[in-house]
Design a protein around this ligand. Sequence first.
Ligand SMILES: [Zn+2]
Length: 164
Amino acid sequence: MLRAAMVFMILAGIFGLPAVMCSGCWSEIGRATGVDQIEKEGQALVDFLYSLSIIASIGSIITGALVARLKKFISGLLCFIFAICFALLLIQGNFFGLLSSLLLIISGVMIFVAPSEQFSAQTVKYEDVSVKSEKIKPSYQFCTKCGSKNESGNKFCSDCGEKY
Ligand SMILES: [Zn+2]
């Protein structure tokens, strides 16, 4: 489930690249022709959408690659944020963003539906705890003062009374 979401997110980022280029074209055309010179707000919006599409595209690839390492809530949330970013490109009639947006929404839903155990952020903690508790529990320990063998868990040496 998580792997599918990961693949979807990376695909969304890759499919988003033409959207980025399209958005970039609009941005350049606006500047070169000077059509939008009177409407500076229009140019600002186009530029804003352009940078938004870059962030969404790169962001979804990175989040997709790290999805199992991030917390469930964060990666799910990022999915929907990037989906909204791509959806906003529709304002300028950029339909390349639509596919990426849909892919991101699907992967976002998959992330929220996926069981929390699949996210290493949670599972790593359990592994750490078990590894540590095994290390803490050697069956014997040796006294630093007299060197005699004592059962682990003893607070004082049974021979000389040295504190562990
Ligand atoms: Zn001792």
